[in-house]
Design a protein around this ligand. Structure first.
Ligand code: GCB
Length: 592
């Protein structure tokens, strides 16, 4: 886990490799106390809470004492949940909100405790019983703080300031095409672990192998070498390894495994033990690699029949967070005939990744380096690196995840390649087994009717992602028929986006924008064109379901929604859904 600080200096930018993650992984299978529920919340647009020290949770000492806030008298917000959809007047709110949760605690002997947040958007400061625990930046990655020494017997109060103000130096920065939902958007819990415990681990097939598991277990709170046991009973694995000076035990184990695939999402029970700690997980084993223009799953070429999706709640709008939301969204992807989902544009909830593992859906997982960010700012890079590191830390044991995506539609300029190269290097260092991608959107169009992918970022990636909007932001759907596509690299290509807007129930001629007919026609022409693309290894059209976005204002049609969904935000399937479904069905038939 510990890595020495290496300073890299290039393009005038000095920065270090990422500091190790402090995340406790696999929260689902630990001993936890949920802190979800109704939290008192003070909406604080001018950030008076910082100077007014709201974290102290003061109540007036007597009738003449001046205290200009009161958690007790403030209304509640539900956690998990965005604040925008819980109160009408918060729909467009961007700024700080102070949350308070009071809870009782009885401390068991020989136990350490951590407070764990699945995610809070965007900047978070956390205080327990009036003491600052720490801060976190980034709206979609988990974080935890140790609270063992601050917890009191009996009543405790946790205060959390969440601020979703967009920032020029943020990741993402000031502009993005989704709703800036603020708040504590995922579960909060207290995690109890023994004094020495298993913090994190990697149990995956070694790169390029289908019968050798390579991995490590990271202990926290140990001073001397410890034994760690790794058991996978159904695969006959019963091994032990010993930790090094940094508390890490590495292992390589030969095993005959029933491999995970979309058709056969086999998960093994895995048990890790060390001292007083035992952690159970369910892990699938599969290999993923590229060979020329092909993606190979378990050694055989696979075509990714995908769809892009946001983490937007079906039927009710708002940030999705529940297992039921995930079931609905991934269930729709399955109905469409998908074996692949692109989880745009940020790490989604862990419950969704775990469900994909069980359902047999391959995943592209992405950090929100979206459009333009402050490429030359070392703090922005450090923030992107931390988000990448924590996404990988949380999900590295999920067979479903095959692609880490570094960015989406970033402008072609040298400082952006420098920035993304650093992320690619980090990702490979943190996880040598998965493929690296990015969604690019720049082509050389100097030859009429020929589009050539020349973006220098392509050099850095294992798999090229391409977003193109022929028939929507440029040209007509029919113009796709004459286009030829080329790529500078002999690498697999995923068309990570194409699409067009349609309002469910709006009908007209195929050339009338916003109608279902227009969108369906666009899909027909696009799908015919895509098949002529070199090294096409998959697609994830934009997008599964309509989603909220502040930049989509057209009254009566968009009403602050991006309408490129194949399904409306009320769950109604548009004509284009069936066009893509048919296409995927034919692909599956052709394979038989
Ligand atoms: C894109 C972006 C995506 C947008 C989409 C659109 O290229 O990657 O985030 O929502 O286009 O609808 O314009």
């Amino acid at each position: 886990m510990k890595r020495s600080l290496i300073l890299l200096v290039f393009a005038g930018l000095a920065y270090a490799t990422p500091v190790p993650s402090t995340l406790i992984t696999n929260i689902e299978r630990r001993t936890t106390i949920s802190l979800n529920g109704a939290w008192r919340a003070i909406v604080d647009p001018f950030d008076n809470g910082t100077s007014g020290a709201f974290y102290r949770n003061r109540i007036p000492k007597d009738k003449s004492d001046l205290v200009e806030y009161s958690f007790d008298a403030s209304p509640v917000l539900n956690v998990p949940g965005d604040w925008n959809t819980q109160r009408e007047q918060l729909l467009f709110y961007e700024g700080p909100v102070w949350y308070r949760r009071v809870f009782n605690y009885h401390k068991p002997a020989n136990t350490r405790a951590f407070v764990y947040f699945g995610a809070a958007n965007y900047r978070t400061a956390v205080f327990l019983n009036g003491e600052r625990l720490g801060d976190h930046e980034g709206g979609f990655t988990p974080f935890n703080f140790e609270v063992t020494h601050l917890l009191r017997e009996g009543e405790n109060f946790l205060i959390v300031e969440v601020n979703n103000l967009r920032r020029a130096d943020g990741v993402p920065a000031l502009k993005f095409d989704w709703w800036n939902y603020g708040g504590i958007t995922r579960d909060v819990s207290l995690v109890e672990v023994p004094a020495a415990f298993i913090q994190d681990y990697s149990v995956q097939l070694a790169k390029g192998s289908q019968n050798e598991i390579a991995g490590w277990v990271q202990l926290n709170g140990v001073q001397s070498a410890q034994k760690v046991a790794i058991e996978i009973p159904d695969a006959g694995v019963h091994e032990t390894a010993t930790t090094d000076a940094a508390g890490r035990a590495s292992f390589r184990i030969s095993a005959k495994l029933d491999l995970w695939s979309p058709e056969h999402p086999k998960l093994y029970d895995v048990v890790l033990r060390s001292g007083a700690d035992t952690v159970h997980d369910q892990i699938g084993f599969r290999s993923i690699e590229v060979q020329g223009g092909k993606i190979l799953l378990n050694g055989a070429p696979i075509f990714l029949r995908g769809i892009s999706m946001h983490e937007e709640a079906p039927f009710r709008d708002g940030r999705a967070f529940s297992p039921e939301d995930a079931q609905t969204l991934l269930g729709w992807a399955k109905d469409l005939g998908c074996n692949f989902v692109r989880l745009a544009h940020y790490p989604h909830n862990e419950n969704e990744i775990r469900l994909a593992d069980r359902m047999g859906l391959l995943i592209w997982s992405e950090i929100p380096v979206y459009w333009d960010v402050d490429w030359q700012n070392p703090a922005t890079l450090a923030n992107a690196e931390a988000q990448l590191r924590d996404m990988i830390a949380r999900d590295r044991n999920r067979a479903a995840v095959i692609l880490w995506s570094l960015s989406n539609e970033t402008p072609v300029k040298p400082e952006r390649v420098t920035f993304l190269k650093q992320l690619a290097q980090d990702a490979r260092e943190l996880d040598s087994t998965r493929l690296i991608t990015s969604a690019m959107n720049h082509t050389d169009n100097s030859v009429p009717d020929v589009r050539t992918l020349t973006d220098p970022l392509g050099e850095v990636l294992d798999v090229l992602g391409l977003n193109e909007y022929v028939g929507w932001y440029e040209a007509r759907p029919e113009d796709a028929d004459k286009l030829q596509w080329k790529s500078k690299w002999d690498k697999p290509l995923i068309v990570s986006e194409f699409g067009g807007g349609a309002q469910y129930g709006r009908h007209g001629e195929p050339d009338e924008r916003w109608t279902e007919e227009y969108q369906a026609n666009l899909y027909q022409h696009q799908l015919a064109m895509l098949q002529r693309m070199p090294n096409l290894a998959g697609l994830s059209p934009w997008v599964l379901m309509d989603f909220r976005s502040p930049g989509r204002m057209l009254p009566g049609i968009q009403d602050y929604h991006n309408r490129k969904g194949l399904i409306s935000n009320r769950g109604q399937r548009k004509q284009a859904f069936f066009v893509l479904q048919k296409f995927y069905e034919n692909l599956s038939e052709a394979k038989k």
